[in-house]
Design a protein around this ligand. Structure first.
Ligand code: ZN
Ligand code: ZN
Length: 255
């Protein structure tokens, strides 16, 4: 069953897409289960700093959920940036009736992997700082799935890691009964791998990881469900199962 559990709408600073437009596209593409996960970014350097408004989000969400309830299942979510740094804000937002919360690292202090930063830091240097933040965030928790876990790849086009460090991240994550997503947006940016790719997914499985959510990270309606098949093949090949979250509870769905 095709799902998409990472979608940005007009409630994210970097998207203008309406929920209803996504829904129409989803129906055409046979996606019957999806989650709108708008950005919550609290780093003052972020373009979307304080942009998100949960009241407006839910107002719009409830309308479409009711209108389309016979045709597909709509879930509510957020993609919360750097959960370990803004634990109080995350706790407060968690009082809203979200189905699913993605925790993502986009920033390391005031650094985003933009071109200027890439000129100053090699991939190895940047990833070394990045994995530390990921570890801190999985220790903190407060979210359901870790978003695009090798995120710098989208900008550096390569990955660097020390296996023991990644294993520690997975162990901490799984201890808390959290999971990872497979994010397909890197494939649309010309890279040949999802985030994470096969190597890290294999390590995840080796550490006892069994479940993944699948997300396109769409910011425009044409991208909903993009490369679902690629993610499915990869995950299935490693024996990973597809799940979604409803009311913050994990629910297994067939591939
Ligand atoms: Zn993200
Ligand atoms: Zn996203």
């Amino acid at each position: 069953m095709r799902t998409d559990y990472h979608i940005h709408t007009e409630f994210s600073c970097d998207s203008e897409a309406k929920m209803e437009t996504y829904i129409k596209q989803a129906l055409e593409r046979d996606i019957r289960l999806l989650c709108f996960t708008d950005h919550v970014d609290l780093n003052p350097e972020d373009y979307g700093y304080n942009y998100y408004n949960p009241v407006k989000y839910f107002e719009a969400f409830r309308k479409v959920k009711e209108k389309y309830r016979e045709q597909l299942t709509l879930c509510s979510g957020i993609e919360f940036g750097e959960p370990h740094l803004y634990a109080d804000a995350l706790e407060h937002l968690s009082t809203y009736p979200y189905d699913f919360i993605i925790g993502s690292i986009h920033w390391i202090g005031n650094m985003f992997p933009c071109q200027k930063v890439r000129e100053q830091y090699s991939a190895k240097e940047f990833y070394t700082l990045y994995w530390k933040e990921v570890l801190n965030t999985v220790k903190q928790g407060g979210f359901d799935a870790l978003g695009h876990m090798d995120f710098p790849k989208r900008y550096y086009g390569e990955i660097y890691y020390v296996e023991a460090e990644i294993k520690e991240i997975f162990e901490r994550l799984l201890d808390k009964d959290r999971i990872i997503e497979i994010n397909t947006s890197s494939l649309r940016k010309g890279h040949n791998e999802t985030m994470p790719g096969k190597e890290l997914l294999q390590l995840y499985a080796d550490c006892g990881g069994r479940y993944v959510t699948i997300g396109s990270d769409a910011h425009v309606e044409e991208d909903i469900g993009a490369d679902y098949e690629a993610a499915k093949m990869l995950a299935e090949g490693l024996g990973l199962r597809q799940v979604v979250y409803r009311e913050r509870k994990r629910v297994e769905v067939e591939w």
